[in-house]
Ligand binder design. Structure first.
Ligand code: C2E
Ligand code: MG
Ligand code: MG
Length: 404
């Protein structure tokens, strides 16, 4: 029962509001409720051995420490519960406060306008979920270059593949190759923990080569099995420093018996800002050889428009941060729509990344974006899982009430 498991703290400088909210919560059946009239005392309570609350009803407008500062402190205190914002401020202020809290990675269940009603309050608390980890996350391990070098040489890196589907027809158009490190002691290690190490220590060419060789082998197997898939591989900007790169890629594809049109290279836009001459030549050459080019994480860098002008991209991937939750956020929608329209006007295919739930999916489909990728469709998976996944997806899609 949520009423007994959630520990709620009400933080408001007005004694009347504290009483009112506490009474409302009691009448809704919540048994573990504490109140507090200032931020400092609240932080002390969070620290106390009696245990931290896991839901805070937070007044935005308080003297001394206001709600925004309190949110910042919560992050420093490693609070991992949720909050509900309460205030008499106008809608835009409330949204901005909510945005800010989310940017700090604090779960916001929503906001409540003063005067709050029991119905409104109950509805927001219903959304509460127990925090996944009650202990602060352990710091991510940073891997040593020698360990990574050995891992590349020993074949400990494995490719996972995440499907991309056409929003109009549900057809699986391709996959994105995402590398993982099957670490003998630490289990599955994700790329954010070792790509940077590889780039910093001159190991990225070896890493990319190993990812590409496996992806090409796999592409050939899919081709032989009659699966027509576009196979995308992520490149690092540090791969694009030597002019031999495009010949090396062409040679590997040729040896694997994979036509260049089947392969696609994703380049992260935010790293394209450096000196462009050599990367530009390499990418243009790859395109001349009929490999496809994709601009990844679009909208997160600063010079996106110049890059679109200079580079012959076939595909534009709208960054997940503009897709997730866009259906009920006007600002995200505006950014999403202009990225999409840019892609269309430049004759590129648009991909929405990070389609995480049904709302995102509905939003992307209605927007007219060609292709979608994200957990709602499928998580990245080993190659062996793909054929079965495609069969299930296609069956569900044509049965269809779930998706249309
Ligand atoms: P990316 O290229 O933008 O890849 C998408 C990332 O978003 C992947 O994370 C994927 O698992 C994740 N993702 C997909 N759908 C969803 C969703 O619905 N919700 C959420 N929250 N996440 C989703 P992953 O595999 O951890 O990769 C992270 C980044 O590491 C990639 O971002 C890419 O930039 C880089 N990377 C991955 N593999 C390689 C590689 O072989 N070479 C290089 N240079 N970079 C790589
Ligand atoms: Mg990518
Ligand atoms: Mg991306």
């Amino acid at each position: 029962m949520i009423q007994q498991s959630v520990k709620i703290m009400v933080l408001d400088d007005e004694p009347f509001m504290l009483k009112l909210l506490a009474r409302m919560l009691a009448s809704l059946g919540y048994t573990q409720v504490s109140t507090c009239n200032n931020g400092h005392a609240a932080l002390d309570m969070i620290d106390s051995p009696a245990g931290s609350p896991n839901l805070i009803l937070l007044d935005i407008n308080m003297p001394e420490m206001d709600g925004l500062e309190f949110v910042r402190r919560l992050v420093e205190w490693r609070y991992n519960g949720s909050i509900i914002l309460v205030s008499g401020e106008d809608e835009r202020m409330q949204q901005a406060a909510e945005e800010l809290a989310r940017a700090h990675k604090i779960t916001v269940l929503g906001h409540l306008h003063k005067p709050a009603t029991p119905g409104g309050l109950a509805e927001l608390i219903e959304k509460w979920k127990a925090p996944e980890e009650s202990k602060p996350r352990p710091k991510k391990k940073v891997y040593d270059k020698d360990e990574l070098r050995a891992a590349i040489a020993n074949g400990e890196l494995v490719n996972y593949y995440q499907p991309k589907v056409a929003t109009a027809t549900g057809r699986v158009t391709g996959v994105e190759t995402l590398v993982r490190w099957r670490h003998p002691a630490d289990g599955m290690v994700f790329p954010d923990q070792f790509i940077g190490v590889a780039e910093a220590h001159g190991l990225i060419d070896g890493l990319t080569r190993s990812v590409l060789v496996s992806a090409l082998e796999q592409a050939r197997l899919w081709l032989d099995a009659g699966l027509e898939l576009q196979v995308a591989v992520n490149l690092s900007m540090d791969n694009l420093t030597s002019l031999e790169f495009s010949d090396m890629v062409a040679d590997l594809a040729d040896r694997a018996g994979v036509p260049p049109q089947m392969m696609e290279f994703e380049v992260t836009e935010s790293r394209l800002m450096e000196d462009l001459r050599v990367p530009l030549e390499i990418l243009t050459r790859l395109r001349l050889k009929r490999f496809r080019l994709s601009i990844d994480d679009f909208g997160t860098g600063n010079s996106s428009l110049a890059q679109l002008r200079d580079l012959p991209f076939d595909e534009l991937k709208i960054d997940q941060s503009f897709v997730r939750g866009a259906c009920n956020n006007k600002k995200l929608q505006a950014i999403f729509d202009s990225s999409l329209s840019l892609a269309k006007q430049l004759g590129m295919e648009a991909v929405a990344e990070g389609v995480e739930d049904r709302d995102d999916w509905d939003f992307v489909r209605k927007s007219g974006c060609d292709i979608a990728q994200g957990y709602f469709i499928a998580k990245p998976m080993p190659a062996a899982g793909l054929p079965a996944w495609i069969r299930t997806w296609q069956k569900d899609f044509s049965a269809s009430s779930r998706y249309i």
